[in-house]
Design a protein around this ligand. Structure first.
Ligand SMILES: [Zn+2]
Length: 133
């Protein structure tokens, strides 16, 4: 099995779930309970090994993080997630693998992919580059 990074408790659209699974990621109903569970909103845990292009957003007046494809309509109350939350979904520019937070003793945005490549997310969370690039 490929190494993966766990992202827990996300809201997803059906096309995002299908695209994640098609790319080889594992998507399961969330183990933990989330406030929206009581409102019938499903939450998902994602074992991310092959990131895909997604829009990462927050839903106002909740603590929800939601994913959708760029071509899909916005969620009601959607705002763009913080740059570091969006940066978590960018693939390693060298190998395409998922990345992990790696800022301890380093600059903001420093990440390391699950295969060990050191990379850097820009301050808008829109681009990831090889360290030193
Ligand atoms: Zn890599």
């Amino acid at each position: 099995m490929r190494p993966a990074v766990l992202h827990a408790g996300y809201r997803l659209t059906i096309p995002v779930r299908e695209a994640l699974e098609h790319a080889g990621n594992i998507v399961r109903p969330a183990v933990a309970q989330y406030p929206g569970d009581r409102a019938g909103i499903p939450y998902w845990d994602i074992e991310l090994s092959c990131p895909i292009p997604v829009v990462v957003c927050r839903i106002i007046n909740t603590s929800d993080i939601a994913l959708r494809l760029a071509i899909e309509p916005r969620y009601p109350g959607e705002i763009l997630a913080a740059w570091w939350e969006r940066g978590e979904w960018l693939p390693c520019p060298r190998c395409g693998a998922a990345t992990l937070w790696d800022e301890a003793g380093r600059v903001p945005g420093a990440r390391c992919c699950v295969k060990g490549h050191r990379v850097q997310v820009n301050s808008r969370g829109t681009r990831i580059t090889r360290e030193g690039a």
